[in-house]
Design a protein around this ligand. Sequence first.
Ligand SMILES: *Cc1c(COP(=O)(O)O)cnc(C)c1O
Length: 357
Amino acid sequence: MRVFNFAAGPAVLPEDVLAKAGAEMSDYKGSGMSVMEMSHRSKVYQQIFDTAEEALRKALQIPEGYKVLFLQGGASTQFAMIPLNLATKGKAAYVNTGAWSKKAIEEAKRYIDTDVIASSADKNFTYIPEVPAVDQSLDYLHITTNNTIFGTKFSRLPNTGNVPLVADMSSNIASEVMDMSRFALVYAGAQKNLGPAGATIVVIRDDLLERAPNEITPTMLRYTTHSENGSMFNTPPCYTIYIIGLVLEWILAQGGVAAVEKANREKAAMLYDFIDQSGFYSSPVRKEDRSLMNVPFILADSALDADFLSQATAAGLVNLKGHRSVGGMRASIYNAMPKEGVAALVDFMKDFEKKRG
Ligand SMILES: *Cc1c(COP(=O)(O)O)cnc(C)c1O
């Protein structure tokens, strides 16, 4: 029996996608082999790869003038690749909205002059700070569009003028319509909203590929190495890319990201509205900055946390434990979490409150 999996990542995948991958597991479309067994240089695999890229371009409505790369090393490797490749003047600005931003900042500091121009550290990252006007001589401004641990997201993008906007979109890529032309580089680990772990998507504007990387930059950490070789300088994460393609086609079949966003807003509203009217549960996050994907919530008495978690698990609602830096619970409700999963969670929470609240 499938459970409702509220994990932050790796996370729930659409059941339709799993069924399709299952049916194609040992003989992909008459090739006589699994996608896992194929040469990445074969015609049949190239088609899988091209289909995935095309679906991503369509789903995110990526304008002309951007390359799509499928890389490895997780979103975390981008924390180094970005300053190494883009900071030709050696100076960039960052917005600190929590744990992942902090990691990006710490890594950038190893190579460049890193200016944190806005932060919500003063209130344990429960809101998105105002971003001031940026110095136009900077190499880029880095933001984290959705903060997986603290449950906040940017609802309005900062205006950066001519400074390239770089965004870690790991936990909300393809969850809501975004104007991709506002970004110069977007990156996302696949395992939150797009597929299994193992691939990192990078969407990079062509002009950034003309910047000369820091000379210490290893071959594998240069964007041009991958852009000039169709993401096949070395063996790409073949199977993960195939599943990403299936997930994107599943999104397109529903009417694209706009349709998925509508469903995501309904799911999130169901949970936040319940939490807000409850005297037992509370959300630590400022209302206008709340994530559609990751919903942290606190029980009035933390002594009940363990019981809540064990009873939820018994009811088939799993991986609700909050991150240690926030406490309480966190429900990650990515694209693939069905509405019934959120409804079941709300019912369980009501019931638990009645009995123990
Ligand atoms: C999960 C996550 C990361 C780290 O991703 P890896 O692929 O494990 O390196 C980075 N940023 C955000 C916002 C995340 O949610």
